[in-house]
Unconditional design. Structure first.
Lengths: 115, 111
């Protein structure tokens, strides 16, 4: 158990809809990362938050947004969903102190299926 | 930009050694990692190596780093069926904590 909790584990929705994925980081970790894993694109970095502020942006679509709340949990919002958004979405956390090895601790992922 | 590449598939017999290879392009990488993903699970860190090291051994795992060729390998000795999984290499550098992952190598261990 990595200590990172993601909900929901599975989600099936239709094109054009909007969903919210939730992540609770490991206790004490200030950084949260979102990754998308699909068959054809591998593991793609979407966005990172550190202590409530956006720290780095990767290949995140404009239809997607995220935030990190004062209690450090994070949400990834996916809107105007398309078939190609079907993927496994991972949240990971780290201490963010910059003094560690940079290891990321991953949740078990939220599997999104868009029909 | 940074890019990390791996072969997609490796099949070995139980008891043999497995060697999974990875190449990266970012010469400023500080840490290089090997993660394991079992079916239906998230990624779990197996081991990492600091960029000023050439080799790191941890029980059945040996990591070799060739900085000149930007080549990283993971050797698993006495491979077991429980080692069947997808193995990802990843890199990061100071100032960028988000890891860049390779596409993953699916290791199949045949009894």
């Amino acid at each position: 158990d990595s200590g990172v909790t993601q909900t929901p584990k599975h989600l099936i929705t239709a094109t054009g809809q909007r969903v919210t994925l939730r992540c609770s980081p490991r206790s004490g970790d200030l950084s949260v990362y979102w990754y998308q894993q699909s068959l054809d694109q591998g593991l793609q970095f979407l966005i990172q938050y550190y202590n409530g502020e956006e720290r780095a942006k990767g290949n995140i679509l404009e239809r997607f947004s995220a935030q990190q709340f004062p209690d450090l949990h994070s949400e990834l919002n996916l809107s105007s969903l398309e078939l190609g958004d079907s993927a496994l979405y991972f949240c990971a956390s780290s201490s963010g102190s910059g003094l560690d090895t940079g290891e990321l601790f991953f949740g078990e992922g939220s599997r999104l299926t868009v029909l | 930009g940074e890019d990390v590449e791996q072969s997609l598939f490796l099949s070995v017999r139980e008891g043999d050694s497995s060697v999974i290879n990875c190449t990266y392009t970012d010469s400023s990488s500080t840490y290089l990692y090997w993660y394991k993903q079992e079916p239906g699970a998230g990624l779990q860190l197996l081991t990492y190596i600091f960029s000023n090291m050439d080799m790191k051994q941890d029980q059945r795992l040996t990591v070799l780093l060739n900085k000149k060729d930007k080549h990283l390998s993971l050797r698993i000795a006495d491979t077991q069926t429980g080692d069947s999984a997808i193995y990802f290499c990843a890199e990061s550098y100071t100032g960028r904590r988000a890891l860049t992952f390779g596409s993953g190598t699916r290791l199949q261990v045949q009894p």
